[in-house]
Design a protein around this ligand. Structure first.
Ligand SMILES: CC(C)(COP(=O)(O)OP(=O)(O)OC[C@H]1O[C@@H](n2cnc3c(N)ncnc32)[C@H](O)[C@@H]1OP(=O)(O)O)[C@@H](O)C(=O)NCCC(=O)NCCS
Length: 170
């Protein structure tokens, strides 16, 4: 679907793989808190069949953004939870609303699949606009609580530690 920004968000196809790797590397190249493993993580999630959603933002012929969602494990046994990220927008196209469109499109698709919730590690100032909150009920061990955020999509809050897919150790 094409939005008011002229961006089309589509599910990844085989032809997108190299462009996703490249745009993810470019987006994180100068991010100080990144260890620049994000393109490898996306590749590993794909190789391990753990890319639940992989959405690409197209502007004409150019791929300008990407977002990944993958399954996470909760210590209380709750199912239907997913991790958001990495999310990347080409540096030259940041601040135009593309990242927001990718997050919103992904959350809508997760809801349509009956997901219970979504978690992420990121800047609370950006993600609170989508309803993400830091809550003591959903924890990522070893990480400052304010940077780990969750969004309940359906049902009740769990009370659990979260573990990302092993591909995040790529
Ligand atoms: C983070 C990112 C995906 C956002 O995409 P985007 O298309 O630039 O974002 P949008 O245009 O939809 O939103 C812009 C808004 O987010 C804010 N914003 C963008 N990146 C931010 C960040 N890292 N932290 C806090 N706020 C941020 C902008 O200041 C702007 O705020 P405003 O709407 O109040 O003016 C993109 O900037 C990016 O690829 N960054 C490098 C990789 C990265 O840090 N990924 C996220 C890891 S958590």
């Amino acid at each position: 679907m094409t939005s008011s920004t002229g961006i089309t968000v589509q599910a990844e196809v085989a032809d997108d793989v190299a462009a996703i790797h490249s745009l993810t590397a470019q987006a994180f190249e100068n991010v100080p808190y990144s260890d620049q493993r994000e393109p490898l993580i996306v590749d590993a999630l794909r190789d391990q069949q753990a890319l639940t959603l992989s959405l690409v933002a197209h502007a004409g012929d150019e791929r300008v953004g990407h977002i990944a969602f993958s399954p996470v494990t909760l210590s209380d046994g709750a199912s239907g939870w997913f991790g958001l990220g990495p999310v990347s927008v080409l540096p030259s196209r940041q601040g135009e609303g593309i990242g927001s469109e990718l997050v919103l499109a992904g959350l809508e698709q997760l809801k349509a699949r009956g997901a219970q919730g979504c978690v992420l590690l990121g800047d609370p100032n950006w993600y609170k606009r989508f309803g993400f909150v830091a809550t003591p009920l959903v924890r990522l061990p070893g990480v400052p609580a304010e940077y780990f955020q969750a969004l309940l999509l359906s049902g009740e809050w769990p009370d659990a530690d979260v573990h990302y897919h092993p591909a995040f150790n790529a």
